[in-house]
Design a protein around this ligand. Structure first.
Ligand SMILES: [Zn+2]
Length: 328
């Protein structure tokens, strides 16, 4: 028996609600989750890696992203009775790769899939999963899938022919189980706690904590050697910092970020260090009377120098603008 705290069957169909303006600032020149429209051949196709799966604890495996843009780290948590996959890759072709990797580490017929947030590279591989897979996500995240994903798919598809091919056959796959704040999945000898933490990177950010193994899946609230992404106006810098405190309180042994190499709790403090120092620099410049644009420009240059090995510096200015509008 699975002790769902709160769940219900979803009968909701996808509604194509297009939110135009929200994505506009994100098209300003960032590679990881967004990029300028048009074809960019220099990026490798966002394919989930085959034969690279690593075991990070007794029950947990990760298909590492290989630091390829628009490929997330994918988790596989294997119990005696059931298996939970965390994130699905972009489009059905990547979903098939996840299933091939899954078959190497789990024979359980009872399969769950959850997604850390609504962005296409985390969600749209779901279509490839067998019909009996139980897809589980928070209500807040499902709202965002319905409202925003069609436009994200549209925008992503214009970036490269490879991405367009990966996304062209995507059909919405509604979840089987929705939860409000939190749910625990007893997979047999191992428990996965799924809990809504957003808004941080997105409104529906959901983390997964594997209690027995002390492994935390953060979604894109934590990324390793990438500047964190503030994709639209629903992102929240203040809450992002609160989420990182919440993560630290769990004292995880292993942290699986949304993108970038798997690490330990040090990843949480690194991300916190960046966001806090950006937040306080924004407050200083704002107090000096600098405009939001000038602040973003100045800090973009400053933090590029400070974090020379972090990718996607284009996102510094979006983060700075969020902190600017949030500070009083
Ligand atoms: Zn994301």
């Amino acid at each position: 028996m699975i002790p769902f705290l709160q769940c219900r069957r979803s009968t909701t169909m996808f509604v194509l609600a297009l939110f135009g303006a929200m994505w506009a600032s994100a098209l300003a020149g960032n590679a990881q989750e967004t990029a300028p429209l048009g074809h960019n051949q220099s990026q490798p196709a966002p394919l989930v890696q085959e034969h690279k799966t690593i075991r990070v604890s007794d029950h947990v495996y990760v298909i590492p992203d290989g630091r390829v843009n628009l490929v997330p780290n994918i988790g596989i948590i294997v119990g005696n009775r059931a298996t939970l996959v965390v994130d699905a890759g972009m489009g059905p072709r990547n979903g098939q790769t996840v299933l091939r990797e899954l078959a190497k580490v789990s024979k359980n017929a009872d399969l769950y899939l959850t997604t850390t947030h609504f962005h296409p590279e985390h969600v749209t591989g779901a279509q490839a999963f067998p019909a009996n897979t139980k897809i589980i996500r928070s209500e807040a995240q499902e709202e965002e899938v319905k409202q925003k994903q069609p436009e994200f798919i549209h925008n992503f598809s214009q970036r490269t022919p490879e991405i367009q091919a990966l996304l062209q056959d995507v059909k919405p796959r509604p979840p089987d189980i929705l939860f409000d704040r939190e749910v625990k999945l007893d997979l047999g000898g191992v428990t996965a706690r799924l809990f809504l933490v957003g808004p941080g990177h997105t409104r529906g950010d959901t983390a997964v904590y594997v209690e027995e193994d002390k492994v935390l899946f953060t979604g894109d609230v934590v990324v390793n050697r990438f500047f964190p992404i503030f994709p639209d106006r629903d992102a929240s810098g203040k809450n992002w910092l609160a989420i990182l405190n919440q993560f630290e309180a769990l004292q995880p042994r292993t942290v699986v970020p949304g993108h970038g190499e798997v690490g330990d709790a040090g990843l949480l403090s690194k991300e916190q260090g960046y966001l806090k120092s950006l937040q306080s620099r924004v407050a200083e410049l704002k107090a000096q009377g600098k405009s939001a644009d000038d602040t973003a420009k100045l800090l973009s240059d400053e933090f590029r120098q400070k974090y020379p090995d972090w990718e996607n510096p284009g996102w510094i200015s979006d983060a700075a603008k969020h902190f600017y509008s949030e500070s009083d």
